[in-house]
Design a protein around this ligand. Structure first.
Ligand SMILES: *Cc1c(COP(=O)(O)O)cnc(C)c1O
Length: 367
């Protein structure tokens, strides 16, 4: 079976971990500092703060932007649950704006109507590695005095109008095992704002600058040097990984030709880094998954249920009324393997399996 995700780990990652183990310094130390430095350079910002995972990054990024109870944060319903949960963790309220059906990101035309006097921030997600429409988002944020906190968990290496994702406000990355750059579990926050970076460093370690002296509330959200050592090698390979993802996506774009399959769209203005290669399937998606599995091709649905339609969010009073596009796309999307470990044979197998799908009526999907 060709897996839908697989980390590429080589002798460099192994050697880096062994070196940390032999150093005797396993928790947050010099490797974390070096990873932060490399990350800040990658994103073209002054500060990067490492944390234990992407969810912690989002949580602390909101807190560092002074978001809390009584505040509203505008975000997308079509993302991993951590995006909205991080808002709930601060005591603030997520407000969901529907998505654009071509790129799966926030429909920027609908943001202004969702702004109230309580709105404090916009949290776009660069879903699947395709950057959200940052020009429009930044313009709205500026007009209403809102913070912009990017959920860039899937978008390391991506650019918007030539500018790196991670450089538009406060941005959060995940280094989870299946992400484009990974270290098992890890997270990173990037910002140009020294005050926010300082708050983040306090928040991740019990509000403490000087050991056992606590000047603010805080958590233990530190990354370890063991993980940072892997992350640093991986970050050094980011460009190589990204180019392979983009080349794999280009191959699939060229080779897939099926009336019931809509291929992903990448805007001219962006560098899409294909964390996922997500097609839309007309007809019976479960049947498509079954046929692909039979042909040895792994696939996955990101995400089968929009966040406000999740059982827990229903209990909080959310409904799916205002998010028809997210509802519809959640029933159509299917991610195919695009990761850098794919061989040319794999790519041929994937395209052939997709082209052979028998899934019913293409008329049910509007191109
Ligand atoms: C992976 C991911 C997260 C959470 O990151 P973790 O490291 O798993 O906590 C948040 N948002 C999106 C869009 C993600 O893909």
């Amino acid at each position: 079976m060709i897996p839908v995700a697989r980390p590429l780990i080589g002798p460099e990652e192994e050697a880096a971990v062994i070196a940390v183990m032999r150093s005797g310094m396993l928790a947050q130390g010099p490797e974390v500092a070096r990873l932060e430095q490399a990350f800040a350079e990658q994103c073209g910002v002054a500060h990067a703060v490492a944390v234990s995972n992407g969810t912690a990054a989002l949580h602390l990024a909101l807190l560092a932007n002074e978001i809390g109870p009584g505040d509203e944060v505008i975000t997308t319903p079509f993302s991993f649950i951590a995006t909205a949960n991080s808002i709930l963790m601060t005591g603030a309220t997520p407000v969901f704006v529907d998505i654009d059906e071509r790129c799966f990101n926030l429909d920027v035309r609908q943001i202004e109507a969702a702004i109230t006097p309580r709105t404090k921030a916009i949290m776009p997600v660069h879903l699947y590695g395709h950057p959200a429409e940052m020009d429009a988002i930044l313009a709205i944020a500026q007009r209403y005095g809102l913070a912009v906190i990017e959920d860039a968990a899937q978008a390391i290496g991506a650019t918007y109008r030539g500018r790196p994702i991670g450089s538009f406000g406060t941005a959060c990355f995940s280094l989870y095992a299946t992400k484009n750059v990974m270290c098992g579990e890890g997270g990173m926050i990037t910002t140009d704002d020294a005050q926010i970076a300082d708050r983040l460093r306090l928040l991740r370690s019990h509000g403490s600058r000087v050991r056992y002296y606590h000047e603010s509330m805080g958590y233990n959200f530190r990354l370890t040097d063991l993980q940072a050592a892997i992350g640093r090698v991986q970050l050094g390979r980011c460009e190589e990984f990204t180019e392979r993802r983009i080349a794999n996506a280009a191959f699939l774009d060229e080779a897939i030709d099926h009336p019931a399959v809509i291929k992903p769209h990448a805007r001219q203005s962006v560098r899409h880094v294909y964390h996922q290669y997500t097609v839309r399937i007309a007809g019976d998606r479960d049947e498509a998954v079954r046929q692909l599995t039979e042909a040895g091709v792994g696939s996955a649905v990101f995400y089968p249920i929009p966040i406000p339609s999740q059982p827990y969010y229903r209990k909080l009073g959310y409904t799916s009324d205002a998010i028809p596009v997210a509802e519809r796309l959640s029933k159509e999307v299917l991610a195919l393997p695009v990761h850098p470990a794919l061989t040319e044979d794999d790519l041929h197998t994937i395209a052939a399996a997709v082209n052979a799908l028998q899934v019913g009526d293409p008329a049910t999907i509007a191109a």
